[in-house]
Design a protein around this ligand. Structure first.
Ligand code: NDP
Length: 330
């Protein structure tokens, strides 16, 4: 009898998408030289967009969504990987144009896989997930731009979300004083437990503002975009760095060049999907060193494959706190 595995299958409809839990076989998988027994995936904002059909993330149909996963190599003809290796996948169009992590099995080109750092379990790798790995890329961008703990405070927007929560935990462990901008005042104790020194009401930043404001922070990790990003840039100190990775408020950038030409502010774009392998490996080894796993546990909740459809709605509605891991075998 042909062996089956469970997966979420997304099918594009006329103007929407339909998702169901299905039993698939290896013949349903796409091309690749490594087959992975998936243990955990997660619910990222982009997964929410794909599953709800709110943005055209799915480029093929049918598609197994899920932009990241962690698991163990089952078989490989790629010289870099052998059976039993623990691996992590983020991006490269997986869960968009190539079958993704919401399945018990995945097959893909080995060039897309990162070997898991020894001290990070599959569960922790996905508690970090693409959101946490992106938070690390943002922190690395601030460091590269010369922002140190002596430069001034660092603002994190979308603070109670996945990128925001991991960014706060990382920055506070590295010794930065972190200001957390959130629309959920009730999450203040949670954000402080992750290491935020001060909480800012996101309304302060989300409306149209002045081209230049008082210099308040030396660095920014922005997961929100739109007016929030523009206001964050306008209140960045001389020579400060803003790492822009998200669009939770909007994709627009309705601002002025004043902070760039009068204060030398740097706007550093962050892309996790096609980031070069060396940068990914650096980010994962930094996460192993610089992320407090107790704080990671405190921001993580668990779910099974069947819960993904509801969680997709929740992540788009901004209702999820921190990170959600999906145990694909539960
Ligand atoms: P989450 O949904 O977990 O977090 C987003 C947070 O943004 C929410 O929790 C909320 O935080 C805030 N937010 C939501 N809606 C609004 C709004 N209308 N105005 C202002 N703030 C809002 O998502 P993730 O953390 O996983 O991802 C954050 C962003 O980063 C997304 O846009 C995602 O697409 C992007 N991203 C980009 C990557 C890249 O490679 N560039 C990789 C990973 C993510 P609060 O309740 O605290 O206000």
């Amino acid at each position: 009898m042909t062996e089956t595995f469970r997966a979420i299958r997304l099918t594009k409809q006329d103007k929407s998408v339909a998702c169901e839990l299905a039993n698939l076989t290896e013949a349903d998988l796409m091309e690749g030289d490594v087959t992975v027994s998936v243990e955990y995936s997660t619910v990222n904002y982009k997964d929410g967009l794909a599953i709800t059909g709110k943005a055209p993330i799915a480029r093929v149909s049918p598609l197994i969504p899920g932009i990241d996963f962690a698991g163990t190599v089952e078989s490989s003809t790629n010289a870099k990987f052998k059976k039993g290796d623990r691996v992590i996948l983020n991006g490269y169009g997986v869960g968009e144009g190539h079958h993704g992590g919401y399945a018990q099995k995945a097959r893909l080109p080995g060039e897309w896989l990162v070997k898991s750092p020894e001290t990070i379990s599959a569960e922790h790798a996905m508690a970090i997930g693409t959101a946490g790995y992106t938070a690390m890329l943002c922190v690395m961008a601030l460091e590269k731009g010369g922002v140190t703990t002596n430069s001034g405070d660092v603002l994190v927007t979308g603070a109670a979300g996945g990128v925001g929560s991991v960014a706060i935990a990382l920055l506070s462990k590295l010794g930065y004083r972190v200001l957390a901008s959130t629309g959920r005042a009730e999450e203040a104790p949670y954000l402080k437990s992750l290491g935020a020194a001060e909480i800012i009401d996101r309304k302060e930043l989300s409306e149209p503002g002045r081209p230049l404001g008082k210099e308040r922070w030396a660095g920014v990790v922005d997961a929100v975009g739109s007016h929030t990003l523009v206001n964050a840039i306008a209140q960045t100190k001389y020579d400060g760095v803003v790492a822009a990775c998200g669009l939770a408020q909007g994709m627009d950038l309705p601002g002025s060049v004043a902070p760039f030409i009068l204060r030398g502010v740097t706007l550093h774009g962050i892309d996790s999907v096609m980031a070069p392998m060396a940068r990914r490996e650096e980010a994962w080894s930094r996460l192993a060193r610089d992320l407090d796993m107790n704080k990671l546990d405190a921001m993580t909740s668990r779910a099974g494959l069947k819960d993904v459809l509801t969680l997709a709605e929740d992540v788009i509605a901004g209702k999820i706190r921190g990170r959600v891991i999906v145990d694909v075998n539960a």
